[in-house]
Write a protein that binds this ligand. Sequence first.
Ligand SMILES: Nc1ncnc2c1ncn2[C@@H]1O[C@H](COP(=O)(O)OP(=O)(O)OP(=O)(O)O)[C@@H](O)[C@H]1O
Length: 232
Amino acid sequence: MSNTVTQKMAITIENLKFAYNKKNLQLSIPNWQLKTGERIFLYGDSGSGKSTLLNLLSGTLTPDQGHIKILTQPFSDLSERKRDKFRANHIGVVFQQFNLIPYLSVQKNIELAVYFSGRSLDHNQAFIEQILTRLKLPSSLSKQAASSLSIGQQQRVAIARALVNKPDILLVDEPTSALDANAKDAFMSILLEICEQLDTTLIFVSHDLSLQRYFDKSLNIHSISQALYLSC
Ligand SMILES: Nc1ncnc2c1ncn2[C@@H]1O[C@H](COP(=O)(O)OP(=O)(O)OP(=O)(O)O)[C@@H](O)[C@H]1O
């Protein structure tokens, strides 16, 4: 019997064009889809638009033309308020610089993500503790200001914050550049294990091609992006 079950799409991009300014087109993606549960390694030259694409997928930027559909939602066409709400509930983002609030404690940085999703903190407390343990962040660190942590610890707090709402999609931008080989290995194993457990679709951007081995699929951004003119 043939398998007639079609896998749902996590991301669908149609005729996307985006430019930071009128003169220079940064990204043009005619058509691209990612299935739910897929985990891909996204690479490409510096300046090729990888971070720009992640910002479009997280809704912090919106296309000049075309559409981004996330799960069943016409994500890029939603109002800013609805996009923010949808992001808080369905999309986790780990930025290159982590974007933690430096003077807030580890616990508060993570709780903020729960707050923005509108979920109850009481129901999420156990998961916060579980995820901090999985990421090897001892509870003694929870009350410390994020700025007092090592880079590796801050990175894991950023991951915890991105995963706390059990997102359908996780977007991770070059998070391992400050880590040594052993720390990278441990980080990648834990990240992929948690994504598998939560059935999270993952786009992982890095220049470090040695990390490709953790992924079933690698994608050069040039293979989906039709035209790219670097800004001067
Ligand atoms: N806020 C911005 N305003 C104007 N131009 C920008 C802005 N952010 C990025 N760019 C330009 O858009 C292009 C793509 O940048 P982007 O950061 O997406 O590339 P990248 O592939 O992630 O690069 P890297 O691998 O070096 O991080 C670059 O030419 C960059 O200078």
